[in-house]
Design a protein around this ligand. Structure first.
Ligand code: LLP
Length: 434
């Protein structure tokens, strides 16, 4: 987190709070969320795109009611992709007109809840859904604003599980095959739907700007072609291109992510130029960052339990440092080969560094938290390790594998700690039993 620093005693403090005291009070594993850091990233995005409401925080990265309130206070919009996320947002009092509802298979109850809540827009992802939503909205006498999600055919340079704009995957309407144009034609015929624009999301944890540029170029081109085909009046309400999320973050000091301002200036330039060439009024740009806002603002604190040096051959050993969580609170290393960095945070590290592997306490060998990191050779049970940049897609993908309770999330700000989500208890683990 931006507001963390190591004191002269070697102990790390976040927002002025000693990690040892946080661990003492809330136990470990513990997610520590730096509120000012989170808010400052919201502001960086809002400033870069010139309008906070054009920035839709992707709540799938991390959501609880308090965080939804921060997002609302910062003036951002919110992207949700399930009835569950929608309900957390609404219970937090998030303004429905600033919510965008995503998903490739939203259920009838989910779509109904979205229409009844009055969400700002629904991102359409299939022909079935166009008919389904039109029916639901017309039954309620509503006119629902929608975006059509376009698969622009861009290969983003990222892990295949999180790339979403190449042709052979489940999201969106393909541009190349003409399905995107057909989807728009159907929306224009649907009485209860109003086309607000087009959407594209090319993937996640992306460091190069070229994929975003190509997507922007293609989406604006399509908008221009559609105006030509259906006329200016029919497309008058379609004034937005939503270019999704996906900006990469630094998980280790070697990563060099693009600041939102750089992405914004490239997108403004391309969208502006493309619109001008096509004689189109310049569309508004919306984006949906998740990871880039919450990722760096949170860290996980673990306590070391055991250390084992395993012989790999003559004079070669691997050090395994086991912590009290693992793949149940961070599945990303095992699922995506994600690379994390970790430091000893409870005391100074003077002993020489040893290449170590941080592993969890689950019953499988793939339960790795940090594949390779340098920890002091005198690492010992009771030491606290922090893994950086665990704000996105860790808590929300947490499980109760091996019946581990989910860790708490504590927000810190200006020397004050506030528990947002408490630790699960053994009773919680039994609460679904009938
Ligand atoms: N918009 C849409 C339509 C999305 O599908 C996503 C992410 C985002 C925005 C936010 O993307 P971000 O800015 O956070 O990259 N579980 C994976 C990431 C899956 C991303 C899914 N969609 C991971 O842990 O890396």
């Amino acid at each position: 987190p931006r507001n963390s620093e190591r004191g002269a005693d070697g102990v790390v403090r976040v927002a002025g709070l000693d990690v040892r005291e946080l661990a003492e009070q809330y136990g470990t594993p513990l997610f520590v969320l730096d509120e000012d850091d989170f808010r400052s990233r919201c502001r960086d995005y809002a400033e870069a795109f010139g309008d906070p409401a054009a920035v839709h925080y992707a709540s799938k990265a991390f959501l609880c009611t308090e965080v939804a309130r921060w997002v609302a206070e910062e003036g951002l919009s919110l992207d949700v992709c399930s009835g569950g996320e929608l309900s957390v947002a609404l219970r937090a009092g998030f303004p429905a007109e600033r919510i965008t509802f995503h998903g490739n298979n939203k259920s009838v109850p989910e779509l109904t809840a979205a229409v009844e809540a009055g969400v700002g827009s629904v991102v359409l992802d299939s022909f079935h859904e166009i008919a389904r939503l039109d029916h639901i909205a017309s039954q309620r006498g509503a006119k629902q604003r929608v975006l059509v999600r376009v698969t622009v055919g861009v290969e983003a340079h990222t892990h295949e599980f999180i790339a979403t704009a190449h042709e052979d995957q489940k999201f969106g309407f393909s541009l190349a095959s003409g399905q995107a144009a057909e989807a728009v034609a159907r929306v224009l015929k649907a009485d209860a739907l109003e086309l607000a624009g087009l959407h594209s999301h090319i993937g996640s944890q992306i460091f190069e700007v070229d994929g975003f540029e190509l997507a922007a170029h293609r989406v604006v081109r399509l908008l221009a072609d559609l105006r030509e085909e259906h006329g200016t009046d029919a497309l008058a309400s379609a004034d937005t291109v939503d270019l999704g999320g996906g900006l990469g973050i630094a998980y280790t000091p070697e990563d060099d992510p693009m600041p939102p301002a750089q992405l914004a200036s490239r997108l403004f330039e391309i969208v502006g130029k493309e619109a001008e060439n096509a004689g189109l009024p310049v569309p508004k740009i919306a984006v949906e960052p998740g990871r880039a806002i919450v990722g760096p603002s949170m860290m996980t604190v673990y306590e070391v339990g055991t250390i084992k040096d395993v012989a790999l051959g003559a004079d070669v050993e691997r050090r395994y440092v086991s912590v009290d969580g693992g793949m149940s609170d961070n599945i990303r290393t095992s699922l995506y080969d994600a690379v994390y960095d970790s430091r000893l945070v409870s005391r100074s590290a003077e002993a020489e560094p040893v290449l170590s592997r941080i592993v969890g306490k689950h019953c499988e060998s793939g339960d790795v938290v940090v594949r390779d990191c340098w920890l002091p050779s005198d690492i010992a049970p009771g030491d606290l390790l922090a893994v950086a940049a665990t704000g996105a897609y860790c808590y929300v993908m947490a499980s109760n594998y091996n019946r581990l309770p989910k860790p708490p999330v504590v927000a810190v700000r200006a020397g004050q700690a506030r528990l947002l989500l408490r630790r699960e208890t053994e009773d919680d683990l039994l609460r679904l039993e009938v």
